[in-house]
Design a protein around this ligand. Structure first.
Ligand SMILES: C[S@@+](CC[C@H](N)C(=O)[O-])C[C@H]1O[C@@H](n2cnc3c(N)ncnc32)[C@H](O)[C@@H]1O
Length: 409
């Protein structure tokens, strides 16, 4: 028997446990050249039939396959025949088997005490396919600092990783009817460019867009320079550019390079009125799509609840946190309504779980309706006049809104 090889009886025990009744899951991880390769398999029910779901994680690049019994047996033989140091953990209803093959080739096997677990084969719950696991994103995640050198998402980056994935899902959905393969996008308040770079790679590598340019804008010079370095390391500097500027000071889309014509404006947690500015820019650049997850906004809090406040709301506005939340809701409602007035079909959705961040609202808008329609206009005026406020976005887009903001009788 060669070093690193599992002896016959251990290999047979693994086969019997995996292919027999009560099998729950097998996971093998191998570390080679500083990289981790992990393969796992578990039984699932697909259309009432037992199958095996195999997941291969090659240094952060995940592939999932559903196998029949024959495919599972073949996959298992590959696991058993692996060479080198590795760990194998097998769970069955009657107990666990843990096999460790050390760097020197010693095979150590340990077994849990007998148990009587229930090993129900669960129906195939759609594999959670995330945008960032649907293509080879290992280099992107490492360079952006989302994943460590082993391809694992850093614990401190889990929240951002989830936000970016969910944001990309929304972008994909927004684009589902787009025929053109050209897409130029501006990420407003891009910060460390997690979304900016991820979007570029997702559009080109997973969604097949051929003419993609993405520009990230942030007023912080340091993050912009760092983002430029990442784009260079990923060899996409000609397609992903960064501009260190306050959004309010941008001049035109020409700031992003010759021939850049934005189709989409996005923002993820751009603070305060930067979200409004992102929306305003999207309107001015005649973007077809605007996707924006707002952050805090303080403007309305200053004007709501003054002498004009509806007395019925006194009990809400008295409490700082309730006042803040009410103003957040009103601000996002005004943003959505202004977009509707300007001819954008607009939805307000939750894009991540509220447990992950309280800032989990997202506005998605697509141009395509007639601007200034009576319904959206009167909805907007009714709410605005009820609160006796002028939302920041209305002031910002005054010239475009003015022709429409009249009451229809
Ligand atoms: C909370 S961070 C989010 C960054 C990034 N979108 C993300 O999700 O990781 C907000 C970013 O918006 C930028 N920002 C805020 N106001 C801005 C403005 N008026 N113009 C340009 N950038 C702005 C900040 O510098 C900061 O990097």
């Amino acid at each position: 028997m060669e070093k690193f090889e599992l002896d016959k009886s251990l290999a047979n025990e693994i086969r019997a446990r995996v292919l027999g009744d009560g099998f729950m899951k097998i996971v093998q991880s191998v570390r080679r050249n500083g990289k981790t390769f992990r393969i796992s398999m578990r039984p699932v029910l697909i259309g009432g039939e037992k199958r095996y779901q195999a997941e291969m994680n090659d240094d952060g690049h995940v592939q999932v396959k559903n196998l029949d019994a024959e495919g599972a047996a073949a996959g298992l033989e590959e696991m058993i025949a692996q060479k080198g140091a590795r760990d194998l953990h097998l769970m069955t209803a009657s107990g666990d088997l843990h096999v460790r093959v050390t760097k020197k080739g010693h095979v150590l096997a340990s077994r849990s005490a007998e148990m009587a677990r229930e090993a129900t084969v669960r129906p195939h719950d759609r594999v959670k396919k995330l945008p960032l696991t649907s293509f080879d994103s290992a280099a992107l995640l490492r360079v952006a600092g989302i994943a460590d050198g082993d391809g694992r998402v850093r614990a401190s980056m889990r929240g951002k990783y989830d936000q970016v994935n969910e944001f990309l899902k929304v972008v994909e959905d927004v684009l589902k009817d787009r025929k053109e393969h050209k897409l130029h996008v501006v990420d407003c308040g891009c910060g460390k460019a997690y979304l900016t770079l991820s979007l570029y790679f997702y559009l080109t590598q997973a969604l097949g867009y051929s003419d993609v340019r993405v520009a990230g804008v942030d007023r912080r010079e340091d993050v912009v320079r760092a983002a430029e370095k990442m784009a260079a390391e990923l060899d996409v500097s000609d397609k992903v550019v960064f501009v260190a500027r306050d959004l309010h000071d941008l001049e035109s889309a020409a700031d992003f390079g010759d021939g850049f014509s934005p189709d989409m404006a996005i923002s993820l947690h751009a603070c305060d009125t930067a979200t409004d500015e992102a929306i305003a820019r999207g309107v001015e650049w005649k973007c077809r799509y605007i996707v924006s997850a707002p952050y805090c906004q303080h403007e309305l809090q200053k004007s709501v609840g003054g002498p004009n406040a509806d007395a019925a709301f006194a009990g809400v506005l008295r409490h700082g946190i309730l006042r803040e939340r009410l103003c957040d809701i009103l601000t996002d409602a005004f943003r959505a309504m202004i977009l509707r007035v300007l001819g954008f079909k607009t939805q307000v959705v939750e894009f991540v779980s509220p447990d992950a961040t309280a800032r989990n609202i997202l506005l998605r808008a697509e141009y395509g309706a007639k601007p200034g329609q009576a319904g959206p206009v009167s909805d907007y005026l009714n709410l605005r006049d009820y609160w006796h406020v002028t939302p920041w976005l209305e002031t910002r887009l005054a010239a475009r809104l003015e022709p429409h903001l009249k009451r229809y009788d």
